[in-house]
Ligand binder design. Structure first.
Ligand code: ZN
Ligand code: ZN
Length: 255
C-alpha cells in the first residue's frame, strides 16, 4: 500500500525553469516562419543546457504545449498535459505517469503486488481442492483472480527488471533515443550494477522501501561515450548546483 501510495502521489512534472523558454524567446520563435531560424533559436537556447538527445531529424526536442526544451529522456504526456522527466509510461491503473521520481516506487509496487497475489493463490489451493468435496464457490473466484493477476504481474515485473538493468525506459525500448551519433537503445547503459544503483541508490537497507533513493537530477544522465579508438569512456556527470540535485548520495554518482 505504501509503494502504491508513493507511486500515485509522486509527480514527475518538475521540469527546471532553465528548460522553459522566456516569453521573449518564445515570441521570437513563433513569429519566425523560417524553419532554419527557428532551429538556430532553439540551438542557441540549448547551448547551456545539458541536452544530448535530438529528434530523429537532428533537431532540438521542443514541446510546443509546455513551451520548453525537453530535457533528455523527458516526454510530453497527453493525459497529464505536461512534460514528464524520464518518462516511462502513463499508467492508467494508478492514473499517474511513471517517470524519474517514482520509477523505483513503481517497480516495488509490482514486486509487492506480485508477492501478495502469489501468497493468496498458494494459501487458497487447499480450499480449492476442498471445493470439489463441497466447499464454497467464492474461494474459486479468489484463487483464479489472484492467479491471473500473479501471471500478468510476473511478466510486467520481469520486463521492468530487464529495463532497470539496461537503463532503458518503456518508451526508449519502443523507440531508441537519438544521440549525436544516431539512435541508440543502449545510450544510457552504464553496466548492470550502475544501472541498478541509478534507480535504487547505494544504500541497500533502503532498496526495498518506497523512499526516495534514486541518483541524479532527472535531466542530466551519465553515459558511456565511444571515442575515435572505440574505447569506452565514462562521462562524469556535472551538477549545476541548483540545489535540487543535492541528494544523500550524489558523491558516489560521479563516474
Ligand atoms: Zn510538454
Ligand atoms: Zn501521464
Amino acid at each position: 500500500m505504501w509503494s502504491y501510495y508513493q507511486t500515485t502521489i509522486t509527480k514527475n512534472t518538475n521540469i527546471p525553469d532553465k528548460f522553459k523558454l522566456s516569453a521573449k524567446v518564445y515570441e521570437e520563435l513563433i513569429h519566425t516562419e523560417e524553419s532554419l531560424i527557428q532551429r538556430l533559436i532553439l540551438e542557441q537556447f540549448t547551448k547551456d543546457l545539458p541536452n544530448v538527445n535530438r529528434t530523429a531529424n537532428g533537431l532540438v526536442r521542443f514541446c510546443e504545449k509546455c513551451k520548453l526544451v525537453k530535457p533528455d529522456r523527458a516526454h510530453h504526456c497527453s493525459v497529464c498535459e505536461a512534460c514528464v522527466l524520464k518518462m516511462d509510461h502513463h499508467c492508467p491503473w494508478i492514473n499517474n505517469c511513471i517517470g524519474f521520481n517514482n520509477y523505483k516506487f513503481f517497480v516495488l509496487y509490482l514486486l509487492y503486488s506480485l508477492i501478495y497475489c502469489l501468497y493468496i493463490s498458494i494459501t487458497t489451493i487447499k480450499y480449492v481442492i476442498l471445493y470439489w468435496h463441497g466447499g464454497k464457490f467464492l474461494i474459486l473466484f479468489l484463487f483464479f483472480a489472484s492467479l491471473m493477476f500473479a501471471i500478468s504481474l510476473i511478466s510486467l515485473f520481469c520486463y521492468h527488471c530487464y529495463l532497470v538493468l539496461h537503463n532503458r525506459t518503456t518508451l526508449e525500448a519502443l523507440r531508441a533515443p537519438v544521440f549525436p551519433s544516431g539512435p541508440n537503445k543502449e545510450g544510457f547503459d552504464l553496466g548492470k550494477k550502475n544501472n541498478f544503483l541509478e534507480i535504487f541508490g547505494n544504500r541497500p537497507e533502503l532498496w526495498l522501501l518506497p523512499v526516495k533513493t534514486h541518483l541524479g537530477n532527472g535531466y542530466n544522465f551519465p553515459r558511456k561515450i565511444i571515442d575515435e579508438d572505440s574505447e569506452y569512456l565514462l562521462r562524469s556527470i556535472v551538477y549545476d548546483g541548483d540545489g535540487e540535485s543535492e541528494g544523500m548520495s550524489n558523491d558516489s554518482y560521479t563516474y
